[in-house]
Design a protein around this ligand. Structure first.
Ligand code: NDP
Length: 339
């Protein structure tokens, strides 16, 4: 049972060499009888998510504990049940939930595993469009941004797993939407495939505040912040009076122990800006509504989804690390095995 382990706690930007793909124990494809309420799964797709960087840090004062050095990395995955002692799951069921970065996993707590019912989307979409990132976009946009038709909306890391859905939901809501991303290819995707009104490559802008002023001459009503740091700072000075900032994540800050680049906090007072951090897990009661909404949009062709699939367990460390240099184009997943 090959697996990816974290070698040791890290500081700074994550590197592929912080992880190791190892031969694990020989796997017996049957659960021992005394293991009750568990499932044995074959892992098909693994999700690479920025929060996983936080779990590689020793003192991680957060809502989720650090990974243990020498132990298998865990994260969201789509899996097939091989054996089950939980009456709610049968052999052959497809499920999504927290699993190990390995070929087969024993999942002892099955309460958060979701059965995958629909087969009309690619399986891997249950880690993105219909999974945690899609739900983050939905909850963050509708519940935190409090959007109104005609709002001027800015989304950073806009072509990523969360950002691409935020932008499309905002367009469907009747907003004017601009996204920032880190390459020409991503900017083209935003404008030509993901329905954004405008997009720009922040790496080519010497003055981010001036760039935002160009795209939002009347100011920003809603900033959906995925990156923090200097982009948040630039957005602050462009917020309209009573504007809202939904702070979803700060991917530009993961490798620093102190926040970087924030100088414009006074704008929060001047323009009475409402800044709210959120975790998707606070809104889980909305999950059925989210699925209904996004599945319908997808079936009607009103939402598209872009993902970046890397092949094989060996590619997983590189795929995860790539999130922090923007190597991924769309939602990053790893295909471990075909069904
Ligand atoms: P993405 O698919 O967007 O991948 C990360 C992207 O971040 C990269 O592709 C890159 O895009 C961008 N990026 C990386 N480093 C930097 C940097 N230094 N400065 C600016 N941009 C950078 O990831 P997700 O969509 O999965 O996550 C987006 C954000 O949402 C993250 O901050 C994540 O932590 C957060 N999140 C929060 C949740 C919540 O409950 N609050 C739940 C899920 C995610 P580019 O090439 O455009 O720079």
């Amino acid at each position: 049972n090959r697996k990816v382990v974290l070698k040791g706690f890290i500081t700074g930007a994550p590197k592929e060499t912080d992880m190791e793909v190892k031969e694990g124990d020989k796997i017996v494809l049957q659960l021992p009888e005394d293991v009750k309420g568990a499932v044995l799964v074959k892992n098909l797709y693994l999700s690479c998510d920025p929060y996983m960087r936080g779990r590689m840090r020793e003192s991680y004062d957060s809502y989720i504990p650090p990974f243990q050095p020498g132990s298998v990395i865990e994260g969201f995955g789509v899996c097939k049940v091989i054996d089950s002692t939980d009456p709610n799951f049968n052999n052959g069921d497809l499920v999504s939930g927290i699993t190990g970065w390995e070929e087969y996993s024993l999942i002892r707590s099955t309460d958060k595993l979701r059965k995958i019912a629909t087969s009309d989307v690619p399986l891997s979409y249950h880690l993105g469009l219909l999974g945690m990132p899609g739900f983050t976009a939905y909850a963050g946009f509708y519940e935190v941004c409090s959007p109104k038709k005609g709002d001027f909306v800015f989304v950073s890391a806009a072509s990523g797993a969360v950002g691409q859905i935020v932008g499309q939901l905002a367009k469907l809501h009747g907003c004017y939407v601009v996204g920032s991303a880190g390459s020409k290819q991503k900017v083209e995707l935003l404008k030509n495939k993901l329905s954004f009104d405008e997009a720009f490559n922040y790496k080519e802008e010497p003055d981010l505040a001036a760039a935002l002023k160009r795209y939002f001459p009347q100011g920003i009503d809603n900033y959906f912040d995925n990156v923090g740091g200097t982009m948040l700072d630039a957005a602050l000075v462009n917020m309209r009076v009573h504007g809202r900032v939904a702070v979803c994540g700060m991917v530009s800050q993961h490798s620093f122990s102190d926040p970087q680049g924030i100088h414009n906090l006074y704008t929060i007072v001047k323009n009475r800006v409402n800044i709210k951090g959120f975790l998707q897990s606070d809104y889980l009661h909305l999950y059925p509504k989210f699925l209904e909404c996004v599945q319908t949009y997808y079936k009607e062709g009103k939402i598209v989804y872009i993902e970046d699939v890397s092949e094989g367990l060996d590619s997983a460390p590189g795929a995860l690390v790539g999130l922090f240099s923007g190597r991924n184009v769309g939602k990053q997943v790893v295909c471990v095995a075909k069904e």
